[in-house]
Design a protein around this ligand. Structure first.
Ligand SMILES: [Zn+2]
Ligand SMILES: [Zn+2]
Length: 230
């Protein structure tokens, strides 16, 4: 398996080299998301001076989480399935997205409702009008919180490597689409009996405008179940 051997080629490197490697990888993802933002909304994609340090700290926290994930894999604590079974890949991807959405919904709900946690999340809500940079304006404790939820899930359950990659691509895409100003989802999305369960730009934009609703990220299902969606 080519991806498995790529990962194993990183095994001899020390923690500093790995940190630099993952810092480059995570920086490339930030640059990619800003480029997508600039392509879709050139006038709305700007970085305020006061947010620079938060974008940088989120980048460093994400790099740290990537490094811990790699170490968990290197020491055999995190197991990854490298088989090419299509059925398994589809099942694992759906399970991963659904469980992460549930865990993140709970975490997000708690940071809004626990008085001692809310000051941490308040930083993200300084962006009432969002742009792609809003995705990175997060307190380090919040970024690490999401990161540890992610590491916990993929460590206690063994997922297929392609499911993990697909999930990470979807997660970044949803982070970008959820923070654009203009809704990129077509109007039928809101009435179609299948797509109405999948969240949109407007869904997360509405959360930035009214913090008592829409705590989910990928699906609207948890907000419907817990009656936190208007
Ligand atoms: Zn947001
Ligand atoms: Zn929030």
């Amino acid at each position: 398996m080519i991806f498995e051997s790529w990962l194993q080629q990183l095994f001899p490197f020390n923690l500093f080299c790995l940190f630099v490697f993952f810092l480059i990888e995570n920086s490339a993802l930030v640059v990619l998301s800003v480029l997508i933002g600039k392509m879709l909304e050139p006038e709305n994609t700007f970085l305020k001076n006061k947010d620079r340090k938060w974008v940088l700290s989120t980048l460093l926290c994400n790099t740290f989480i990537t490094l811990i994930g790699f170490e968990l894999y290197r020491y055999g604590i995190m197991k990854v399935d490298f088989s090419a079974s299509i059925k398994l890949i589809i099942f694992d991807t759906l399970l991963l997205i659904l469980l992460m959405d549930l865990f993140m919904f709970i975490f997000h709900f708690l940071v809004h409702h626990l008085k001692w946690l809310y000051p941490i999340h308040k930083l993200h809500h300084t962006h009432v009008e969002t742009n792609v940079y809003s995705l990175y304006v997060l307190h380090p404790i919040e970024t690490l919180g999401f990161g540890f939820i992610w590491l916990f899930l993929i460590t206690i359950l063994k997922f297929n490597y392609l499911s993990i990659i697909i999930y990470l691509v979807l997660n970044l895409s949803y982070g970008i689409f959820g923070h654009l100003k203009k809704d990129i989802f077509p109007s039928f999305w809101y009435s179609n009996s299948f797509t109405k369960w999948i969240s949109t730009t407007k869904f997360h934009n509405d959360h930035h405008k009214n913090e008592s609703q829409n705590y989910g990220f990928y699906f609207t299902i948890w907000d419907k179940i817990f009656k936190t969606m208007i």
